[in-house]
Design a binder for this molecule. Structure first.
Ligand code: SAH
Ligand code: SF4
Length: 402
């Protein structure tokens, strides 16, 4: 979500003739797009802002913008009090109005614009936001508080954005939202929106992130079966393998319901790859609950999993983990090792299969199931080709273009 917002922010600068630089000393403006999903992210954002004091002292005419979720949580006043050298603060809820903040600092964009700016060239895989915020209330999560309730963007806006990104060179579109498959705008459902995006010329592949188990329907399964451009891949966060913990987390599904859902989707599309997120050390998570998470990893046959140590996002003492840091770390390490092992098994299952690879370079691309795939020859950036999978490296497939 932040990457997508950052790209929009960069484009707003691009309209004023700015280009991106990785070198702080060259920068005329700095934007820090902050995250607060875990405390560590917020702490990193704060120390990053602190380090920018030196830059601002050396470039007093430079502009410093703090945006995003940590900015929303901490508030503009608190940030400016602590870091008086900050010029503008735009919280996550107001991110659509970042243009106003820019106008206040730099003036409006010239009408003639800078159409040749590299900032308008889309990456091969481009994000398109279809909803903002979230209306669920998972007990551990700060997103609804900082990004607000779910708001679905009109299909017209989404299609315009996707069309512009395809025209700018994108081949893959990734639709974004916190419960992306809950999409509903007037009569347009998620599956209908997917169908509309799938029909856009120039599109090679369509992905979305993150769906929620509660919102899949038969129309989606039908579409997945019928549409080769719709990625055979779901990033479907499960968070825990224990029913007790899932209930405490208010996720709205049981382990069996989650597994039933992916079994049903895999029955319709056997090569569907599923990756997930896990949280370890949720308050009250016992060794047994954690063992359920480990077994869930195997049973779900997840190709990959992001694993996080639980981070309390409220002051409520009941929401602090009972585990100390070493115990938390031990669970994380154990899970990460299991994920690594499991991912290799899933990767090896692809040997002998024919996969469609969308190339990012001449020798590397990703399959519809989102596995990285290397080839010796035959690829070209932005093109797709069928490849026979002949082997695997650590984390990637090795294929031969057919
Ligand atoms: N909307 C998505 C997840 C968005 S947050 C969904 O519901 O699936 C991305 C991930 O961060 C979550 O899947 C979760 O695994 C992790 N996360 C969120 N809050 C967290 C917290 N307080 N501590 C640790 N991890 C957290
Ligand atoms: Fe947070 Fe995702 Fe739950 Fe929404 S669905 S509250 S974003 S974890």
């Amino acid at each position: 979500m932040n990457s997508a917002d950052s790209a929009d922010i960069a484009a707003a600068f691009g309209r004023r003739g700015y280009e991106l630089t990785d070198e702080l000393k060259k920068a005329d403006a700095v934007v820090v797009n902050t995250c607060t999903v875990r405390q560590r992210a917020e702490d990193k954002a704060i120390s990053q802002i602190g380090r920018l004091r030196v830059w601002k002292e050396k470039h007093p005419e430079g502009k410093l913008f703090i945006v995003g979720c940590a900015a929303q949580k901490l508030g503009g006043k608190a940030i400016k009090n602590r870091f008086p050298f900050v010029d503008e603060v735009t919280g996550a809820r107001a991110i659509e109005y970042f243009e106003d903040a820019l106008c206040a600092q730099l003036g409006p964009a010239p009408e003639t614009g800078y159409p040749d700016s590299a900032l308008f060239r889309s990456p091969l895989s481009a994000y398109v936001t279809i909803m903002r915020g979230c209306s669920l209330k998972c007990s551990y999560c700060i997103v609804p508080a900082v990004r607000g309730p779910a708001v679905f963007l009109p299909p017209k806006t989404i299609l315009e954005d996707a069309r512009a990104k395809l025209a700018g060179g994108a081949k893959e579109i990734v639709l974004l939202g916190q419960t992306v498959n809950a999409y509903k705008h007037d009569k347009t459902t998620f599956s209908e929106l997917l169908r509309k995006v799938l029909a856009l010329p120039g599109l090679a592949r369509l992905r979305f992130m993150s769906p929620h188990p509660l919102y899949f329907d038969d129309a989606f399964t039908d579409l997945l079966v019928k549409s080769p451009k719709l990625a055979r891949y779901l990033h479907l966060p499960v968070q825990s393998g224990s029913d007790r913990i899932l209930k405490a987390m208010r996720r709205g599904y049981t382990r069996a319901q989650y597994l039933g859902l992916i079994a049903k989707l895999r029955a319709a599309v056997p090569d569907l790859a599923v990756s997930t997120d896990f949280i370890v050390g949720y308050p009250g998570e016992t060794e047994e609950d954690f063992a359920d998470t480990l077994s869930m990893l195997k049973e779900g046959r997840f190709s990959m999993a992001f694993c996080f140590k639980y981070s309390p996002r409220t002051d409520n003492p009941a929401m602090v983990s009972h585990l100390d840091e070493p115990a938390m770390e031990a669970r994380l390490e154990k899970l990460l090792a299991a994920v690594k092992k499991n991912s290799r098994v899933i990767l090896q299952e692809r040997i002998g299969k024919i996969e469609e690879v969308l190339f990012e370079t001449e020798n590397y691309g990703r399959t519809s199931g989102n596995f990285g795939c290397r080839v010796k020859a035959g690829g070209s950036p932005g093109s797709s080709a069928q490849a026979l999978i002949e082997g695997t490296d650590k984390n990637t497939l090795n294929g031969k273009v057919l």
